[in-house]
Design a binder for this molecule. Structure first.
Ligand code: SF4
Length: 325
């Protein structure tokens, strides 16, 4: 999948008179029913753009997005409405994403009204949803400004699951919450996923969140996946230097699992002026001459797929296979 943005004026001049930049560059993944995939990376890595493209909020320039076998790319707007029941998006700011003028009752009833399901007993649905996310019944009369961040997030989760979706896309689901509340929200999402058979696509830069919730993770850099695989395997032995650097910067409660700190020397390059060869070479402590001129192809290492000429912890045969590819 590729996603491009039009640019003009000064940006175009900085980009050598190009009129487009590519924010998502040829990524591909499969998300199975009941699985959670986390998209991880620094700001500007393309993770939110990718999630918005999957949810039809951002047009894709090329590629394919299939949901339950149906092609979604270039789907007319009118065909999206029934799909919105099956794909639900949770936005980042727990309180700010709730309309301040609506009570919790109205906020929870809104998805049913939007989809013409007002005939149901809405009071019963509101009660059901409050119970599902562990909030007392009398919270129905509260307004968003009367909720804590954690309570607002629970209301957001209740709205997201109201119509029994197949897929939830959640942008930083624990942003702005205290660590203990973050744990509660993640437990709630895990519990709902198991009970409802949900699939989840999580966007986050918080590696604690990834480890608690995601079966698989994809690490993004400048719009590409640099490493994708099973979360636990990657946490145990990251193969891409960028993944290793992210993990090493992540305070790890278990002292046996502390990764040696890998400090990244330079700022993230601009999409207007992508580095040659491996685009991570300007920051990679392990870069060699070939990295500056030749882009590595995606290759399997263990249970992961990654793009690096010299993967870490990979063993000599894997390195040779990648060098030959
Ligand atoms: Fe570093 Fe080279 Fe691997 Fe890129 S290809 S991540 S520069 S070692």
């Amino acid at each position: 999948l590729r996603v491009r943005f039009r640019i003009g004026g000064m940006m175009s001049a900085l980009a050598g008179r190009r009129t487009e930049i590519e924010a998502v560059s040829g990524v591909g993944f499969t998300l199975e029913r009941g699985q959670t995939l986390a998209l991880v990376g620094e700001s500007g890595s393309g993770k939110t753009t990718l999630a918005r493209a999957v949810d039809g909020l951002q047009p894709a320039a090329s590629g394919s997005i299939r949901f339950e076998g149906r092609e979604l790319r270039d789907l007319p707007k009118k065909d999206w409405k029934p799909l919105r029941r099956k794909m639900s998006m949770m936005f980042q700011d727990p309180v700010g994403s709730l309309s301040p003028r609506l009570s919790v009752r109205s906020l929870l009833a809104e998805p049913f009204a939007i989809h013409g399901l007002s005939g149901r007993s809405l009071e019963a649905e509101v009660e059901r949803l409050l119970a599902l996310v562990g909030l007392p019944r009398d919270f129905a009369d509260r307004y968003p400004h009367q909720l804590s961040g954690g309570q607002a997030r629970r209301v957001g989760v209740a709205r997201a699951v109201a119509l029994d979706p197949e897929l939830i896309i959640a942008d930083e689901p624990t942003a702005g919450l205290d660590a203990s509340i973050q744990g509660e929200v993640l437990n709630l999402l895990n519990d709902l996923r198991d009970r409802m058979g949900l699939s989840m696509l999580i966007i986050t830069h918080n590696l604690h969140v990834v480890r608690q919730i995601a079966d698989r993770m994809a690490v993004m850099y400048l719009g590409r996946f640099v490493e994708e695989g099973e979360t636990e395997a990657i946490f145990r032995a990251p193969h891409h230097p960028y993944t290793a650097a992210l993990l090493s910067a992540n305070p790890e409660p278990d002292p046996d699992k502390v990764h040696n700190r890998i400090a990244l020397p330079a700022e993230v390059p601009s999409l207007l002026d992508r580095p040659s060869g491996c685009e991570f070479h300007t920051r990679c402590p392990f870069a060699q001459a070939i990295c500056r001129t030749q882009a590595p192809a995606p290759s399997p290492v263990g249970s992961s797929r990654l793009t690096c000429h010299f993967p870490l912890n990979a063993g000599p045969s894997a390195v040779e296979a990648i060098a030959a590819s």
